[in-house]
Structures are given as structure tokens and as C-alpha cells.
Write a protein that binds this ligand. Structure first.
Ligand code: AMP
Length: 283
């Protein structure tokens, strides 16, 4: 695997005759890699002739400075995992390389209602930061396809909207499924901040999503959501940002289900200061 720390060095490598006719698959990450990330590398390898993974903990998408400060960094292990999974290129830029003119936003991305819903309402500015970094990365890497995870359901919709807004519609956005621990806990870099006991408690999110999937019926959904909320609180989560059932294609919350709309249930909750998110398509 070739590691490029600068835009120039990445462009030199991508411009070499071996690579300049390649179809580029791109997997953007913030590192602390796990099987979920590696499943996206595998997906990229199936679709494209060259796979570029980036690791960059983007400061502009953290609305909580403590979350940024505590974000796990395991770069040596990440390099080993990417090599083992035959990733071709790792782009590993510094903050200066990504934002040579500073981190202040240069552009406002009009995401419409997506900006202030669910994640957006609890993490103000988060999706502007996501768009800022993904826009920059797409400009640098110029991929044919980008591989992202359903784990960040709303982020997938935001990135699809972003490629429209910046006119990169020829870039294919491919969404990979959620990789889970055998317990059902969705893999996440933030799980590294949980001890074994907390990890066991954290499975309540998946169990609750499954409970919703099994018990959903057409008609009012609020009674089911309040049972679900209770289950997560009882498991020891100190704060639930949201637990919501939404239209799977628009993400608009649904209070009364007609029995036909495609739905997704989404959760964000804190366990001992660690914010976990997960979701499940319901029908
Ligand atoms: P992150 O490093 O958390 O920014 O994630 C980088 C990419 O990996 C994003 O597209 C995530 O949606 C995806 N991802 C994170 N966790 C998982 C998972 N458990 N399964 C599949 N993809 C994931």
C-alpha cells in the first residue's frame, strides 16, 4: 500500500501510467478502523480497479470539542489492517494539508430540511463540516465511486445531496450495510471508549431496533416509540438524543404509519459519555 500524506504526492501516484486509467473507489474514514470500514474497502475492491482510503479526523464536523479530543487514533494498526485488506492507497493528510487556508467554512451547503433533522438538530453545524471535508476530499481524489456506510444513515443522504449541489453527479455513491459485533452492537470507532460491561449494555440499541421491527403495525407509532425509549433508558443509557421512525427515503418522522411507506428506525444515545448511533430498515 502506498501512503500519501500530501495532495501533491497523491496526485503524482494517481498520475502514474499504472493508475491513470484506473477506476477509483474511495473510502473516506476518520480512522480507528474496524471491520465496518474494511467491508467498504472490500466493496470498493469489487467495484473498482483502484481503492483509495482516507484517514482524517475532521475537526470541522465535531460540534463537541471533548468528542474531538477523545476521538480514538490508532494509525499503526489502521495501516496494518488496510495492508492486510489490500487497500492500494492510503491518503493521510494533516489539517494544514486539508485546509491550507484555515478551517473556517468557505461555502454554505444548502441541505434543506436534512440539515436540522435528527443528527442535525443535536449536532448543530455537523453536516456543514461533513460537506466541507467530503467536498475537499472529492476534489482531491476525484473518485468514480465513493463507498459509505448505512451506519450513518443521514450522512449517506447528506453526501448524496452534496454531490448534487457541487455538480459531481457522475460520482457513484455506494452504500454498504452495517457491520455488527456478534452481540448485535454496530461496530464503531467510538466503541473503543466502552469497557466490556458497557459494550454489553450498548447492545440494547440493536435489541430495541429489532423490537421495533418485530412490533411495528400500521397506525400510531408513538406508543411503540415510548416503549423503545424506556428499553434504552433501562439498559443504562443516560441520555437519548432521539429515537425515531422515519420515512426511509426522505427521513421525515412518521407518527402514523399507513402500513406501506418504507421506514427506518434511528437511535442516538449516550452511554457513559459515549454517543452511539444505529439504525434499522423496518420493512
Ligand atoms: P467514520 O470513520 O466513523 O467516519 O466512518 C467512515 C465510514 O465507515 C462511513 O461511511 C461510515 O458510515 C462507515 N461505517 C462506520 N461504521 C460502520 C459499520 N459498523 N458498518 C459499516 N460501515 C460503517
Amino acid at each position: 500500500m502506498i501512503i500519501c500524506k500530501t495532495v501533491d504526492s497523491l496526485h503524482k501516484v494517481l498520475g502514474t501510467p499504472v493508475y491513470n486509467k484506473a477506476t477509483i473507489g474511495f473510502v473516506p474514514t476518520m480512522g480507528a478502523l474496524h471491520q465496518g470500514h474494511l467491508s467498504l474497502v472490500d466493496l470498493s475492491k469489487k467495484h473498482c480497479s483502484l481503492t483509495v482510503c482516507s484517514i482524517f479526523v475532521n475537526p470541522t464536523q465535531f460540534n463537541d470539542p471533548k468528542d474531538f479530543a477523545k476521538y480514538p487514533i490508532t494509525i499503526e494498526q489502521d495501516v496494518l489492517l488496510l495492508e492486510r485488506n489490500q487497500c492500494d492507497i492510503l491518503f493521510l493528510p494533516s489539517v494544514n494539508e486539508m485546509y491550507p487556508e484555515g478551517t473556517a467554512p468557505k461555502e454554505y451547503y444548502d441541505l434543506g430540511y436534512l440539515e436540522n433533522l435528527l443528527e442535525g438538530s443535536f449536532r448543530p453545524g455537523h453536516f456543514q463540516g461533513v460537506c466541507q471535508v467530503v467536498h475537499r476530499l472529492l476534489d482531491i481524489v476525484r473518485p468514480n465511486s465513493v463507498f459509505i456506510g448505512q451506519k450513518d444513515y443521514q450522512q449517506c443522504m447528506v453526501i448524496k445531496k452534496l454531490v448534487e449541489l457541487i455538480g459531481m453527479t457522475e460520482t457513484d455513491i455506494v452504500i454498504g450495510g452495517i457491520l455488527r459485533e456478534p452481540s448485535g452492537l454496530a461496530m464503531s470507532s467510538r466503541n473503543m471508549r466502552l469497557n466490556d460491561e458497557d459494550k454489553a449494555k450498548a447492545t440494547a440499541i440493536y435489541q430495541t431496533l429489532k423490537f421495533i421491527e418485530q412490533h411495528i403495525q400500521h397506525g400510531p407509532l408513538l406508543p411503540l416509540l415510548s416503549i423503545a425509549r424506556e428499553k434504552i433508558s433501562e439498559a443504562g443509557f443516560e441520555k437519548i438524543d432521539y429515537i425515531s421512525i422515519c420515512d426511509a427515503s426522505t427521513l421525515q418522522p412518521i407518527e402514523t404509519w399507513d402500513g406501506r411507506e418504507k421506514l427506518v428506525a434511528l437511535v442516538a444515545a449516550f452511554l457513559h459519555g459515549v454517543r452511539l448511533i444505529d439504525n434499522q430498515l423496518l420493512n
